[in-house]
Design a binder for this molecule. Structure first.
Ligand code: F6R
Length: 273
């Protein structure tokens, strides 16, 4: 897993995407939705789709109840909707589609979901995303982090690059079946930092891109990883994958298998899709 992302990115780069302009809202759940969070560092997204000229829905399976609900709401508001998906119910709805290859775990299919979004909103950054993937370097970063995370609960903090923090958390949760959390700077400076009086079991990491991020790092004595653009983000996303798989191995977990998430999806589907 994650070794051959240069191949996946090359495949994703062959996809044609529609032209989108103006105010954009972007959403999805889990490994799909996080691509919106990561991209928001590079393109200001609108939170309330009422104000959006176009709505981008990301769902690898195309069958995620929460995502389908938002798409139906967007369509009822006569919004232009563009779906990035491998199929499912989403591909049967009256939306514009970027159809990607299915058959992978959504988190592993990240290049298929992220690159079309970058192509749509920041085509000037496509090359940086692809060229920064580097399995050897990403593993080096992951191994170093693993040596500190071992036996602790990692907590990832960021301001601009909050999507990156969320991705590290998700990868560790899903692949290693291990607790991990993330928090937003500056909000955490006004509450969470006090918890570190009894925080010996935590390992805080700050993805820093500003002086305020450095304040958080200082308050909780965090490991600082400086991030200054798409090149760093692209490499670190791959590191998150490797770190979580390494941790999975140590935990005796199969990173490709999920149990609680599929059960949760089934239960939510029953509540009302
Ligand atoms: C990631 C994963 C989940 C899904 C989420 C939404 O690998 O398995 O986080 O991404 O349940 O499903 P999709 O991506 O199909 O919309």
């Amino acid at each position: 897993m994650y070794e051959d992302w240069d191949r996946l990115y090359a495949e994703a780069n062959l996809l044609n995407v529609p032209r989108v302009e103006g105010e954009i809202s972007c959403f999805g759940m889990g490994g799909s939705g996080v691509v919106c969070d990561i991209l928001s560092a590079f393109y200001p997204l609108v939170k309330d789709m009422k104000f959006a000229d176009a709505v981008i829905a990301v769902s690898y399976s195309g069958n995620t109840t929460e995502t389908l609900q938002v798409v139906r709401r967007a369509l009822s508001m006569d919004k232009r909707v563009i779906a990035i998906t491998s199929g499912g119910i989403l591909s049967t709805l009256p939306v514009e589609k970027v159809l990607v290859r299915g058959g992978e775990q959504p988190r592993y299919a990240f290049p298929f979901l992220f690159l079309p979004l970058v192509k749509m909103l920041r085509p000037d950054l496509v090359r940086e995303v692809i060229d920064s993937v580097n399995a050897m370097e990403a593993k080096r970063v992951a191994e170093d982090l693993l040596s500190h995370v071992r036996g602790k609960i990692p907590v990832f903090y960021a301001s601009t690059y909050l999507g990156l923090a969320k991705r590290f958390k998700q990868e560790i949760n899903e692949n290693a079946k291990y607790p991990a959390f993330f928090g937003e700077i500056p909000e955490v400076n006004h509450n969470e930092v006090e918890g570190y009086a009894h925080g010996d079991s935590l390992y805080p990491v700050v993805f820093s891109s500003s002086e305020v991020d450095e304040v958080t790092a200082r308050l909780v004595n965090a490991r600082v990883i400086r991030v200054s653009g798409m090149r760093d983000v692209s490499l670190l996303i791959q590191s998150a994958g490797f770190l979580s798989v390494m941790l999975a191995r140590e935990m005796g977990e199969d990173p490709t298998k999920l149990t609680r998430i599929p059960e949760g999806r089934r239960l939510v589907e029953r509540i009302g899709g």
